[in-house]
Design a protein. Structure first.
Length: 190
């Protein structure tokens, strides 16, 4: 196996493309890790997410580099890192929006069909979150999977390792307990 000078990026990239030599590529990547981490931290705002993304970027690099023409590795790596961070931010934003829509739908599923102001809806969603956390663990898990993640009874049963009849019972009991809890919290407001 050839030994490469980590400063000769073009040679390392060519060797990786030719024979898949990841050891030299890993050394090259390692020299850029502080830059990559800084970019990830700038966009993702959390150390753990940034650290995880640094590892993800290397995996993307190994997959994308063979099919790319790279003139300036540092610039190319910076753009790759920035794009991956932005994609994660968009993905998390969509997930949060989807979760909020699901929470609203769950509230509608619990018979709360009256029209709410934004403040009332936010207050009701907060009550629902509080009440979900008060459920017994098995009910809480089943309710979250079924209503918030839109899993089927079968998928909830597989995820929890429970019998499907038990899952249906936990969801039904959880739904009833949520209604009771939400009504009690509303009663305290009056």
């Amino acid at each position: 196996m050839l030994k490469y000078n980590t400063h000769n990026e073009t040679e390392i990239i060519k060797a990786f493309k030719a024979n898949g030599d990841q050891s030299a590529l890993a050394n090259l990547y390692k020299s850029y890790m502080p830059l990559i981490y800084g970019v990830c931290l700038k966009y993702l705002k959390e150390r753990q997410k940034a650290q995880d993304m640094v590892m993800d970027i290397y995996e993307k690099l190994v997959k994308k580099l063979p099919s790319q023409e790279v003139g300036n590795f540092k610039s190319w790596l910076y753009v790759l890192t920035k794009n991956e961070c932005l994609m994660q931010i968009r993905s998390e934003k969509r997930k949060n929006e989807y979760s909020q829509e699901n929470q609203h739908q769950v509230f509608m599923d619990f018979g709360e069909h009256e029209h709410h102001s934004e403040e009332q809806l936010e207050s009701d969603l907060t009550k629902m979150e509080t009440c979900i956390e008060k459920l017994k663990n098995a009910q809480k898990v089943s309710v979250k999977l079924f209503y918030l993640e839109k899993k089927s009874y079968q998928q909830v049963a597989e995820a929890t390792g429970e019998d499907i009849k038990k899952v249906k019972s936990q969801i039904q009991n959880g739904k009833r307990n949520l209604k009771i809890c939400i009504e009690e919290l509303r009663g305290k407001e009056v």
